[in-house]
Design a protein around this ligand. Sequence first.
Ligand code: 13P
Length: 243
Amino acid sequence: MRKAVIAGNWKMHMTCAEANEYMAIFLPLVAQMEKDRSLVIAPPFTAISSVAQITQSSAVQLASQNVHWEDKGAFTAEVSPVMLLEHDVRYAIVGHSEPRKYFSESDEQINRRAKSAQTHGLIPIVCVGETDIQRDRGEAERVIRRQVEQGLEDLDSESLIVAYEPIWAIGTGKTCESSEANRICGLIRKWIGKSDVIIQYGGSVKPENIDELMGMNDIDGVLVGGASLDPRNFARIVNYKVA
Ligand code: 13P
């Protein structure tokens, strides 16, 4: 039985003061969260330590928004897995479409980051997904398959989350139809060849579509951007109900 993982990716939002205000509203709303799911938040690096302290006795688990493959060294602007472990971080998002697009992250780099996460006991959340142009050209499956094959090479599927995030659905309000998101998540599971790997959907997830998405067989959770910045909206997503 795969446990659902509901994750909020705060991206480059939230000062420590804002995170404090957020948690004062959010934590009481998720205090009765069902035990069949995990709740993960990925704050910006500067807020990790304060969020770790405020959420200490709650169900919130922490993710980082990146991780480097070396433990330390001359890698300006990078973060080491050892530094993350010091703050009880459990997951690391890698391969998000934003660093792929703005910083030309390659599948090879993403694979090194994910391997480093696993070596240190962090669970990588590896993001994959196609652009609208690739989808229109009928290339979506080929692109995602390549990202899966190269990005996940030699990873341990028992300590892994894959997030299917179609780029055209990120921050646009255009959600992928839940049946189509489910179909792609199912294909990713087939390509990986392990039935127990956790596969999330991400891209304009909101209170209005969470129940339907989580009702799909192959969608084991969500990776939420914009809607995770509002504590009430994100609490509604965390407390999703499947009919
Ligand atoms: P939105 O939920 O804002 O579309 O962002 C999705 C995302 O990129 C999560 O990593």
